[in-house]
Ligand binder design. Structure first.
Ligand SMILES: O=C(O)Cc1cc(O)ccc1O
Ligand SMILES: [Fe+2]
Length: 437
């Protein structure tokens, strides 16, 4: 059981001060002539200064040394032979096929979170602040004196195997599989792992995740704000060589500094990392007939400027009761004007018999998909008694309004593309009863 403490709530105006150094938060103002304990004041802005209050995000950090004290950045090369991070969406030819990846391999050789990250697909642009990228991480050692920050966007991290200890400037979070965390643009973070670890990352450029509106659902439900956990201030004063890796315009750069960036003694504001336990999701569904759209399972959404249209939604398929009458209960067959990237955290996904943890699928814009033949045949004949589905399972979807390109690594060099995927629909029979026409 972890002894870490957290602040509760989504997007609150938090304030946190490391109890080892009392009264470190300046009172009544953000930038006193001299800060308590000789600290430096530093603002981290997550939105334009002039954003409306509802979307204005910033935090004030009181730290031993300002982030500016580092040596110049130079290009950083990930220790990978194939793959790695890219925003080059013309890396390969467009691929409209139904795609499935067998569980992404975890390397045998030592690899940390930064070097173990490769981009599968994405679209849009970090420079013009509108886009999305999906990455896989597969690693087995903690980052040594290496610390990362993302200048391009926010990371929503979905661990599938192995607990992550994510140390940030704001404090430390432990994130287990079936939990997620969000580390926003600019925040320095360090990832420690306890062994072979793997997961999925949704990156958004240009905005931040919010909770979806609830409309007629009312004031409560889906992911409840009080279940989001933000770390508390926890500083270290460590002198020594630190490598700061910056992801900037889709490329990595590294700079050296002689002190730990985790030297924030106190902070306040509403721009802070958080984690969420997917088991806390309050599931809503049909209780009479028909299969609702999966938007009912949205945990977090990153909206475009078009009302209701997301750069990306994070959607889960949690264990739940299925009670619909005279209904084909699994997902319907469909073609979507959105891109659907799905992964499996544990168990398997209800529409695909035998789908495996650590695997993924991509059904791109207008690419037809739906239950495989085995699922269709079973569900068409099933006795429609109330049934608890997905016990011990958790699948999820990153759904995006962007038409995503698959990278060369995603199409080929990851070496886990399931070339047979299309076959799962080939067994579907023509059941048309011509006698009734
Ligand atoms: O394709 C999928 O499996 C995801 C999905 C699930 C669902 O319940 C309805 C629509 C949908 O796209
Ligand atoms: Fe779908």
């Amino acid at each position: 059981m972890s002894s870490l403490k957290y602040l509760t709530g989504f997007g609150n105006e938090f304030a946190s001060s490391d109890p080892r150094c009392p009264n470190a938060l300046p009172e009544g103002q953000n930038s006193p002539q001299t800060c308590p304990h000789g600290l430096y004041a530093e603002q981290l802005s997550g939105s334009a200064f002039t954003c409306p209050r509802t979307s204005n995000e910033r935090s004030w950090l009181y730290r031993i040394l300002p982030s500016a004290k580092h040596l110049p950045f130079k290009p950083y090369k990930q220790a990978v032979q194939k793959g790695g991070i890219t925003h080059n969406w013309d890396d390969d030819e467009p691929n409209p096929n139904q795609l499935r990846w067998n569980p992404f391999p975890i390397p045998d050789e030592e690899k940390d979170f930064v070097d173990g990250m490769s981009t599968v697909c994405g679209a849009g642009d970090a420079r013009t602040r509108n886009g999305v990228a999906i990455h896989i991480y597969a690693c087995n050692v903690g980052m040594k004196n290496k610390v990362m920050y993302n200048s391009d966007g926010d990371y929503l991290i979905v661990p599938q195997q192995g607990k992550l200890t994510v140390k940030t400037e704001f404090g430390i979070m432990e994130v287990e599989p079936n939990e997620i965390c969000v580390v926003q643009q600019g925040m320095r973070f360090h990832v420690n792992v306890e062994g072979p670890s793997r997961g999925y990352i949704l990156e958004i450029f240009g905005t931040h995740f919010v909770l979806p509106d609830l409309g007629p659902i009312g004031a409560n439900g889906l992911a409840n704000p009080r279940d989001f956990l933000t770390p508390v201030a926890c500083f270290e004063k460590v002198l020594g060589e630190f490598t700061i890796v910056s992801k900037f315009q889709g490329k990595l750069f590294a700079a050296q500094q002689d002190h730990s960036p985790f030297d924030v003694v106190a902070w306040h504001g509403n721009y802070a990392p958080y984690k969420y336990d997917l088991d806390k999701f309050m599931v809503i569904n049909a209780v009479r007939y028909d299969h609702p759209d999966p938007s009912i399972f949205t945990v977090l959404t990153a909206q475009t400027t078009r009302p209701g249209v997301a750069i990306a939604d994070f959607v889960i398929f949690p264990p739940r009761w299925s009670v619909h009458e005279h209904t084909f209960r699994p997902p319907y067959y469909h073609r979507n004007c959105m891109s659907e990237f799905m992964g499996v955290i544990k168990g398997s996904y209800e529409a695909k018999v035998g789908s495996k943890p650590g695997s993924a699928t991509l059904h791109s814009m207008m690419t037809p998909h739906g239950p495989d033949a085995a699922c269709f045949n079973a569900a068409s004949k099933a006795d429609l008694v109330p049934e608890f589905i997905g016990k011990g399972s958790q699948a999820f979807m990153f759904e995006s309004s962007f038409s995503m390109a698959v990278t060369k690594w995603g199409n080929e060099t990851c070496e886990c593309v399931d070339e047979e995927y299309y076959k799962c629909w080939q067994g579907l029979q023509d059941n048309f009863d011509e006698l009734t026409v």
